[in-house]
Design a protein around this ligand. Structure first.
Ligand code: ADP
Ligand code: ZN
Length: 722
């Protein structure tokens, strides 16, 4: 009998009979086909063992060349599904590439011919045949596609040479390489500073005899954390191990991938893993990993499910970043699963950040994580000077304070660059009728529509509803519809008016369509073809622009005022990150933070580069309210089309949850986004001092508990509570 997770939203594994002829081929970790009702579906075998099979349906078939998952990965999937209360089949479907978990594969293996010369060859008569023969002689084992690149009309001559028996043909699996054509940055290995050596020492000590050990590497931006990752991983590879590097959004960090390639070119096999890969690229990368043909995987959160069975090192870069949390469906956190996987693999895990999350910092203080610190930048260079600009002194709708404007002018005069952060895309967040005060709301969501001037549209940033801006107010027919507030488009326009002649560009989701759009802008910025770059938080992440000497935060308030207990933590790390973009090369940097809350500790501590000071203050606040790490949360969100039904279901759920011991039930209350995509939403938040009571509650809850027409989603350790 086999216990199988099938590709369907079922809360348990299903049991199947193993037919006699498949008896020795079905084993744990295998993807295979099984019947489910009248359909055939794919499933993943979790365990095989004796049992009564009289009532069971038999497994349908096993693939020809199966690549079973490593046992440790299987264990991770099982425990992750349990922990996040998510159906096992759905967990598996999210963790594995599409080609593996669908019965009619949308992707399959591509095969390609490769050529080599036979022992005996003669001199061909045709010129093209001679050319092809020579190319094969120069590159034995050359692939068909490469040969076609070198000699476009190769088909006929190859065929003739094959007939003559002069060319041997071998068919091999083709690898769709997402890195093909991407540049490897030259990355010579520097000798480490004393601080860096001190950090590397305990990491290297654990390479010979790996065991579970979490490390927190806390180092200011540009202090050489990446260098530590590189050298640690190098020693792991020398011992025959594999390494996994998680990064928040890999599409935004091509420089990191470039550095790894430059450092390990020709010495280690690298794979990347993120959502922008095509299904074919994913499938091929996965198979390569499962065959043990990859040494280093760099990827976004889902790379935590990479099928590696010699995993000896896990790195989580920017461990504080909230994009490690998947916000829909299987709501796992890649950072947390990295710790779980390290535990299962019995290997070390290194969490790196300039602004560690309070949770990691707390564990380091408690001695659960070993703390490694980098206080200085290796290339002697002071941290930038940060000024806080109180916007209450400025006039209404004056987006650039005189201080920021003159700093930008200074950068322009010195032919340096300025970088401006404004975490709001579009032209303005509201369009308002001056006569009657009417605003425009999304018909599906509880939010105002953002005005985009470029595309002349009002857009909902949650559901993407779009409409042209009306000519007149639908309420009073007034014609004075005025944009209120500022987004990146308007900031760009303001800068064009203030600094005529300056080369200004905008980096946000609207300006970077396509895979390459983002890269092109970054390249232009690096090349010095842009004077002022404006953007959302995309500009804050990981870029190294040597000529940026002025960084401006146009409004620190947009993230500070989010209704979320992590708002201060997020603001602090965003401000610190973006400040780290100033003055990375030989020129000193200057940072200006505009805000209406100049006394907020997140702003003040960011301005004084006081990470520990911030964390201490934040800790007090969290402790007082028993928020993580002092308490644990599970958020139950109910959504449905009929408001009174959703509210009723939320009340029932809350009553039910209140029966469990040692938990505090908050709510029910409407979600912050009380309507989203046409659905009414309510939430019940459950809090407990220990995980135990929450685990108990989750394991005994009836997961299908919501009435028909209401969807219940369970968010364990929520990050966003909208
Ligand atoms: P972080 O990851 O902390 O932002 P990096 O590892 O990217 O820091 O290092 C910042 C810069 O300093 C990079 O350009 C890197 O090449 C350089 N660097 C790192 N370590 C050293 C060192 N020991 N000596 C000289 N340069 C170094
Ligand atoms: Zn909407």
């Amino acid at each position: 009998m086999a216990q199988i997770a099938v590709a369907a939203p079922l809360n348990t594994l299903l049991s199947y009979e193993i037919p006699a002829e498949l008896q020795d081929r079905v084993r744990p970790g295998l993807c295979l086909q099984v019947p489910l009702g009248r359909r055939q579906v794919q499933g993943l075998v979790f365990s095989v063992g004796p049992g009564d099979t009289t009532e069971l349906k038999p497994v349908t078939s096993v693939p020809e060349n199966p690549l079973p998952l490593p046992g440790t990965l299987l264990e991770l999937l099982r425990r992750a599904g349990d922990y996040y209360c998510h159906p096992p089949g759905e967990v598996v479907r999210q963790a594995l590439p599409a080609g593996l978990m669908s019965v009619a594969p949308r992707v399959s293996t591509l095969n390609e011919e490769h050529y080599a010369l036979s022992e005996e060859t003669g001199t061909p008569s045709g010129e093209r045949q001679r050319e092809v023969l020579n190319l094969i002689r120069q590159e034995p084992g050359i692939s068909r596609s490469r040969l076609r690149d070198l000699c476009p009309q190769m088909a006929a001559p190859v065929k003739r040479l094959q007939e003559l028996g002069w060319v041997q043909t071998e068919t091999r699996e083709r690898y769709r390489d997402p890195l093909a054509g991407a540049p490897a940055l030259p990355d010579p290995k520097p000798s480490l500073t004393e601080e860096q050596q001190a950090c590397l020492l305990p990491l290297k000590a654990i390479v010979d005899a790996p065991s579970f050990q979490p490390f927190l590497l806390q180092g200011v931006t540009g202090s050489g954390k990446t260098e530590i990752y590189l050298q640690w991983i190098e020693s792991v590879l020398t011992e025959g191990g594999q390494a996994l590097v998680l990064v928040p959004e890999i599409a935004l960090t091509p420089q990191l991938v470039g550095r790894f390639r430059g450092r390990f070119e020709g010495r280690a096999r690298l794979a990347v893993w993120h959502s922008a890969l095509s299904d074919g690229e994913r499938y091929d990368s996965w198979r390569r990993m499962a065959r043990g043909e990859v040494d280093i995987v760099i990827g976004a959160r889902s790379a935590i499910f990479a099928p590696l069975d010699r995993l000896r090192a896990i790195v989580v870069d920017e461990e504080h970043d909230s994009s490690y949390k998947q916000s829909e469906g299987f709501r796992y956190n890649g950072r947390d699963l990295a710790l779980l996987r390290a535990q299962i693999e019995d290997c070390p895990v290194l969490l790196g950040s300039a602004t560690p999350s309070l949770v990691s910092w707390y564990h380091a203080r408690q001695g659960r994580y070993q703390l490694l610190q980098l206080m200085q930048r290796p290339v002697q260079q002071p941290l930038p000077e940060v000024a806080v600009v109180d916007m209450t002194d400025c006039e209404h709708e004056q987006w650039l304070s005189p201080d920021l404007a003159s700093a930008i002018q200074g950068a322009l005069d010195r032919q340096e660059q300025a970088l401006l952060l404004l975490n709001r895309r579009g032209y303005s967040p509201f369009l308002l009728c001056e006569d009657c005060g009417t605003g425009f709301h999304c018909p599906n969501c509880d939010i105002t529509l953002t005005y985009h001037q470029r595309s002349r549209e009002l857009i909902c940033h949650y559901c993407d509803y779009r409409q042209p801006p009306p000519e007149a107010c639908p309420q009073c027919e007034g014609h004075q519809l005025t944009p209120k507030g500022i987004g990146t488009e308007r900031l760009e326009e303001t800068l064009e008016q203030t600094f005529p002649g300056a080369r200004i560009a905008r980096l946000d989701r609207d300006s970077t369509s396509g895979k390459r759009g983002h890269q092109k802008l970054v390249d232009r910025m690096r090349a010095g073809d842009i004077d002022i770059l404006v953007g959302t938080q995309m500009v804050a992440k990981g870029h190294d622009f040597p000529k940026v000497t002025v960084v401006g935060v146009v409004s620190a308030d947009s993230s500070l005022n989010l209704p979320d207990f992590r708002a201060a933590e997020r603001t602090f790390s965003l401000l610190t990150q973006v400040a780290g973009r100033a003055g990375r090369a030989d020129r000193p940097g200057q940072v200006l933070i505009q805000t209406y809350s100049p006394d907020h500790y997140a702003v003040l501590k960011a301005a004084s580069h006081d990470v520990n000071g911030f964390l201490e203050e934040e800790q007090r606040f969290r402790q007082a309210l028993a928020y993580p790490p002092y308490g644990h949360l599970v958020n139950f969100v109910l959504a449905g089309n009929r408001p009174e039904q959703v509210e009723g279901a939320a009340e029932d759920l809350s009553r039910h949850l209140n029966r469990f011991p040692d938990v505090e039930v908050l709510g029910p209350s409407p979600c912050v986004m009380a309507r989203l995509r046409g659905k009414t939403r309510w939430q019940v938040l459950v809090k407990a001092d220990q995980r135990g009571p929450l685990r108990n509650l989750l394991s005994r809850m009836n997961r299908g508990g919501a009435p028909a027409g209401v969807q219940l989603s369970i968010d364990v350790d929520p990050v966003d509570m909208f």
